[in-house]
Design a protein around this ligand. Structure first.
Ligand SMILES: Nc1ncnc2c1ncn2[C@@H]1O[C@H](COP(=O)(O)OP(=O)(O)OP(=O)(O)O)[C@@H](O)[C@H]1O
Ligand SMILES: [Mg+2]
Length: 241
């Protein structure tokens, strides 16, 4: 569903992503782990077509994200690490705006889905408040709700748990689990190792732009002969020389 082929991104002298190749089959929950500045967000921006690669490429369900941008993008829901929201809209108006970006949505169904999502994320009470008064976590949850309005085939999510309280984090995790069960392909970058441990089918560890290890939790632990937690694998791989 997601094919990353020999993908690189240079910013001047700096190589942020260095020859990354990963194939993610339909329905897989893939966790992308790495320390700060490893190249996770840059990779995600390349996956969503927001950045142009220096070399290599990405296709989503066979559509090249650069050449077939519109078709590829229609399959994706992207939840950025720092979402951009229009502060002068209310929560409800923002969701309406997102719905209009996807004209194929059926009105009645979307209306019901929107109500359900506002309820699930605990935002019903605030739907008529301006976004400028939303807290960080509320904004995060609203963006999650918006991302689910058009029934995505692929969800690409950058650090979803940052700034969420335990209850909200659980709501988001449960939603992701459900989406994964429904067959949605998920690519999620996170520092929250417990999230990767709990949710993902497969984990890729990136450091200094390079894929250092990839596999299931068990296969990663056994190849590094580690009996403990994912954190021990992560620290072993990303230790500073
Ligand atoms: N537009 C840009 N111009 C120049 N350098 C950039 C740009 N975007 C990212 N970088 C650099 O690329 C490297 C990778 O950054 P990136 O944001 O992808 O890391 P990350 O793994 O998402 O880190 P974090 O965990 O802190 O979010 C960093 O050294 C960063 O400074
Ligand atoms: Mg990042």
């Amino acid at each position: 569903m997601i094919k990353i082929e020999n993908l690189s991104k240079h910013f001047g002298e700096l190589i942020a992503v260095d020859g990354l190749s990963i194939e993610i089959p339909r329905g897989e929950f893939f966790a992308f782990l790495g320390p700060n500045a490893a190249g996770k967000t840059t990779t995600i921006k390349l996956l969503t077509g927001l950045l142009k690669p220096t070399s290599g490429g990405v296709s989503i369900c066979g559509y090249d994200i650069q050449k077939d941008y519109v078709k590829a993008k229609a399959l994706i829901s992207y939840i950025p690490d720092f979402p951009f929201l229009y502060d002068k809209l209310t929560g409800r108006e923002f969701l309406d705006f997102i719905v209009q970006l996807y004209p194929n949505n059926r009105k009645r169904q979307t209306e019901e889905l929107m109500k359900e999502l506002l309820f699930v994320f605990g935002l019903e009470k605030y739907k008529d408040h301006l976004l400028e008064y939303y807290s960080h976590g509320m904004r995060q949850k609203l963006v999650f709700a918006a991302s689910l309005l058009h029934d995505p085939n692929v969800m690409i999510i950058d650090e979803p748990m940052v700034g969420l309280d335990p209850h909200s984090a659980k709501v988001v995790k449960d939603i992701l689990k459900n989406k994964s069960r429904e067959g949605v392909t998920i690519f999620l970058s996170t520092h929250t190792l417990s999230v990767a441990e709990e949710l993902s089918d497969r984990i890729g560890i990136i450091d200094k732009g390079k894929l250092m290890a990839i596999g299931t939790l068990d296969s990663l632990k056994s190849s590094f002969d580690i009996k403990g937690k994912l954190e021990d694998v992560f620290l072993r791989i990303t230790e500073e020389e």
